[in-house]
Every structure is written in structure tokens, then in C-alpha cells.
Design a protein around this ligand. Sequence first.
Ligand SMILES: Cc1cc2nc3c(=O)[nH]c(=O)nc-3n(C[C@H](O)[C@H](O)[C@H](O)COP(=O)(O)OP(=O)(O)OC[C@H]3O[C@@H](n4cnc5c(N)ncnc54)[C@H](O)[C@@H]3O)c2cc1C
Ligand code: SF4
Length: 661
Amino acid sequence: MLPRILTKRTIKDAHNLRFCLRQLTTAGARTSSIKNNTRKYAAPNGVNHSPRNRVREFSTSHVGLKSTEIPFDKLKEDQKEVMTEDRAVDKVDVCIVGGGPAGLATAIKLKQLDGTYGTGELRVVVLEKSPDVGSHMVSGVIMEPRALRELFPESEYYDENGNGIPLPPDLVTPVTSGELKYLIGDLDIPVPEPPQMSNEGNYIGSLSQIVRHLSEKAEEVGVEIFPGISVSEVLYGDDGKSVVGVATKDMGITKQGTPKSSFERGMEFHARQTVFAEGCHGSLTKQLIKKFNLRKDKCAQTYGLGIKEVWEVKPENFKKGFATHTMGYPLSNDVYGGGFMYHFGDGLVAVGLVVGLDYRNPYVSPYQEFQKMKHHPYYKNVLSGGKCLEYGARALNEGGLQSVPKLNFPGGLLVGASAGFMNVPKIKGTHTAMKTGLLAAESIFEFISKLPPLESIEEELDESLMVSPINLESYDKSFKNSWVFDELYAVRNIRPSFNHPVLGRLGGMAYSGLDSMLLNGQVAWTFKHHESDASITEAAEKYEPIDYPKPDGEISFDILTSVSRTGTYHDEDERCHLRVPDQDLTKHANRAYPKWKGIENRFCPAGVYEYVADENSELGVKFQINSQNCIHCKTCDIKDPTQDINWEVPEGGDGPKYTLT
Ligand SMILES: Cc1cc2nc3c(=O)[nH]c(=O)nc-3n(C[C@H](O)[C@H](O)[C@H](O)COP(=O)(O)OP(=O)(O)OC[C@H]3O[C@@H](n4cnc5c(N)ncnc54)[C@H](O)[C@@H]3O)c2cc1C
Ligand code: SF4
């Protein structure tokens, strides 16, 4: 069915109105739900007194063996009709999926170029699933200012010599000191800091807040930003070989899969170029990598899960600008990862743990490891007497250069963590994500600025000009000539050396020390990665269950208390966005439970997956998905050994509402 074509003016007004209404509706729903949730809260063990810190009864879905969903072909005819209505179409020059550092850098640079060299009329749209831009950000974050400085060569925030970071001083704290420690028993042993980990000239902040500021800068230059909009579908041209845009998710579908009275069909954005800036393991990027075979001759991507809290600590424990990293405790030698603690702002401390998702033992729980870590005196001495304000978790890329896929395909590009430019030894990916956004913007503008303006095409209704696919090889090339490539090339062997079949774990650690301190990657070889983090997971029978300590409610917390600190919201009567085949939970449990004994429950940092004891079932347990707890970290999609959990984007505006992470 052909989409309804509207004129640019009508569509722009229509969609602005529609999006405003939708945002208001979402905000309204959210406010009333927060009010309702307040009634549900119960104060746990005398801690957490603010509404944000009270326990919400998150796990409320019914234990179900079979899906209660009605398959689409079994819906009533009028329901099918409303759900397949034509979608409104908007035509833009560039559509960017994801309003994180990469997406916003792409958008700002495009409009800057358009302002200087173009007509100023280029339509650049950013679609972001979080309720407010920035509220799905989880990062350290220590910012390396290089890419930001390239984006804003002039800034009121630079000092008289032109040094500094182009961000308001109340958003960033300069790093003043730091250290690297190896934790063992109750000891913390100093370790020489490899040059890549030096944070001289870097700044600590909250990525949620920094991204919010960037979104304001983007609007100033004319970027159209729509938060609360989930992008659920890639649109392909008639031949199926090129991307012509994206569609946003339908709103208002019940748990059963039927349309609510508030049902609203998604919208199509047709673009000359669609930029995917979804962050690590994007749900659409995953499809594109497969469809265009973008990982041909590259390694599989590997991942870590980063779990983080932001604390307000006692003044005597606060050392503004102090940034520290730890190795060792609580992780066993066969688990890659490390902790961090950054003192920033006004008495705030970000504390976190990154756990490599290539762990083999299915009894490992990254969440519990993090809780355990905070009890080491090195961390506990800082946190004691303080208050945990916020919690968050998010997967990050660890594959490095060998896992970066081809970046361009007909009609679109991958930028930032969607492609995976994380510098793992540095534990930084914001600067590389943003720089790839700048490179993408330059390639796009160079091509698009030579085309007739959208307005004239619409007048002539010449669709072919609009959709003829642009395949920007120049972006892939400029990445290879950029400092991002050089930086990732130098560290390419460090992460895979930990899994090297010949070196072993200790040999790998020795190699990575040598590489960091002396070789700087200037060797003829490039280590490969293992197949995938899911496939490396071994059967539970090879291991003993791990007995993690109970939380004390002061330094460590149970998982639902933590989820309550994310502000997460999904409508309870919403189609489950965590998809297993046929939504048949028993089938999934039968495949997964006997071998991995409930790994889903342990890898999820939000208590979404549960195996509940059930004498009447053959397995002795029933599988349950509490999708309303989901904090969008993407770990299940990555680590599930059966690889049959598919994370789909939920309705726009759903998910966490981070403000400090
Ligand atoms: C615990 C942790 C600590 C880190 N520490 C540091 C650090 O100290 N320094 C540093 O430089 N880097 C750090 N990083 C890495 C850094 O956060 C990432 O490299 C960076 O955020 C990547 O930016 P991005 O824009 O590519 O992706 P993201 O920041 O993930 O942004 C992607 C955006 O796209 C949106 N989105 C995704 N899919 C859709 C969709 N289908 N529809 C609509 N919107 C969508 C998301 O909601 C999100 O807002 C850390 C990461 C973690 C997890
Ligand atoms: S359900 Fe998946 S994406 Fe959601 S919080 Fe759990 S592991 Fe993360």
C-alpha cells in the first residue's frame, strides 16, 4: 500500500502537532502513573525516604506458560484495519535515529555546515526514544574534550588561551588526580597507570546532563529533535536493497496485542540519508548489519555490561575531581572487568563496575558483583554515610577496531556506539562516538548539498530523486584516515589478549601490560575475538552456584530497590517488547533452563527475568518476563545463550528516566 503523501508544509505542521500531542499524552500518562506508583511504594528497611528511592512493586506480571497474545492474523477485521492504516509520511534530508552524543554531534555538524555553506534549509531530524533527551544515558562519564572542541571551535567556556571544554562549568568537573588499584582481600595495591588511562585534561560529568545541553545546542542551529519517539522499523526501497527511511512505533497496543482506544499509528520518515546512532547493540542496527552483511571479514562484536550508581557522599569523603579505577576484587581471574569511582559536581560520586560479557560461568551475576564490590574498604570508606541517588546499567562495546563493521550501505550510515568505537583500555567512547558523527556529517553534507533542495522535489513530486540511494563510501574512508582509527588501532590487541588461546589469562595480562606501556600496538599482528559472548557461555553443570552476600540496605541494595532508582516506566498493559519465539515462555524455558539454570535472571540488572518455583511444571520452574522493569541495557539480547530473546524497542517515552547517570 502506498503511503499517503502530504505536502511538506502540511506534513510538517501535522507531525509537529501530532508529536506535541503525543508527548503531552505520554507526559500525562507518565505523571498519572507516577502518582499511582507513589501509592504503591513501600519503604524498605527504613532506608530510601524520597519518592524516587522507594521500592515500587515492579514484578507484577502474571506467571504464564503460554502467551496471552493474540496473533495478528487472529485479530478482528476492524482491529487489523486500524493497525495497518497508512502511516503519515514526512520527507527530510537526514533522519537520525538516536539522540545520544553521536546522533547529536552528527545533527549539529550538519546544520553548522548548512548554515555556513548551504541554504540553511536542510531538514535534519533526530528521533529519540527516551522521554527527554539524555534520560537514557548511562556512562562514567569522563569526557575527553577532543571531538567536542572540533564541533565547537569557539566557545564562551574556553579560557583566555582557548583551552578547556565547550560545556558550562556547572556540568563538568576537571579531573585533578587519579589512580589505578588492584584490589585483593581488604587490600588496595597501587598499579602503574598505562598512558591511555591518564585523565589529564579530561572532565567528569553526567552524560544525561551533557546530552541534554547538546540537544539545546542542536535546536539553536535548527535541528528538529523529537524525544519520546521509538523507531521500530527500517524502510527499504522497492527493490529491498536500500534504506529509504524509518518508521516510528505504533502507540497504544495492549498486552494481548490488540489496539487500545488510544491507538496511534506510527509515522514514516523518508530521508535522503538515514543515520543510525542507536548506541551499543541497537535494535535496528542489528538488523542492518545482518541485511547488508556489514560484518563480512570482521570479528563478532563483544560487550561489557556497565552498572553504575550516583551517590551523594559525606563532605569528608569527597575529593572533587578525583578519578580512580580498580582491577581484581570482586571479579574472579576468569572474568574481565573493573571498577571506577569519579568524584564530581557538588559532593557527588559515580561508582560503577564493568563486567565483560564473555564470562563462561552462567552463575555469575554482574549486578551482585557490583554490590559486592562496594563493600571493599576502598569503595566502602567513600560511600559510608552517603546516599545512593540513582542507579543505571547499559551494555558497552568491547570489540574495538576488529569488530567495527562496514559503516555505510545504500541509504544509510552507522555512527558512534551503534558501530562500536569504544576505546576499552581508556574506558571511553564518547569522544570517538562524536567524532564519527562529525565525519558522517561532512560526508553527507558534501553529497547532499549538491542535490536539488527537498522543497523543489516535492513540488515536482519526483519521488525517485528523493529515494535514489546514496551510498557514502567517503565516510568509511574518512574514518580510516581519522584519529579515531589511529587510537583504536593502537589498542586493538589489549582486550582480546585476555582471551587469547595460547597466552592464557595471566599471559594475556602480561601482554596487555607490555602493549600498553611499550609496544603501543605497533606490531604486525591483530588478535581475533571469540565467536560471541552468548556462545562462549558454558553449561551450569561445570560450575558451582555462587553464593552472593545479602544486601545490607546501606551500601548494597536488592535489585528492585535499584530499579526504583532508575525512574523506569512501561505501561503494564503494553505488548511485551522482549520477544521470544511465539512469545511462548515454556518453549524458551525448555531450551534454556536445563543447561544454564536461569542465567537470564542473573545477567539482567533489572530483575526482568524470573524462574519461579512450580511443582506442577516438568522443569520445576516457570519462566516469567517482567518487561515493565526493563532499563534498556540490551544485555539479554547479547548474552542469552539460546539467542532467542529479541529486544524490540518499546513504545516511545518508555524506559528509564535518568537524570544523573
Ligand atoms: C557504565 C559506562 C561507563 C562509561 N564510561 C565512559 C567514560 O567515562 N567516558 C567515555 O567517553 N565513555 C564512556 N562510556 C561509553 C559512552 O557512554 C558511549 O561510548 C557513548 O554514550 C556512545 O554514544 P552514542 O551516541 O553512540 O550512543 P548512546 O549514548 O547509547 O545513545 C544512543 C541513543 O539512541 C537512542 N535510541 C536507541 N535506539 C533507538 C531507537 N530505535 N529509536 C529511538 N531512539 C533510540 C537511545 O535512547 C540513546 O539515547 C561508558 C559507557 C558505560 C555503559
Ligand atoms: S530485560 Fe534485557 S535490556 Fe531490559 S534490563 Fe534486562 S537485560 Fe537489560
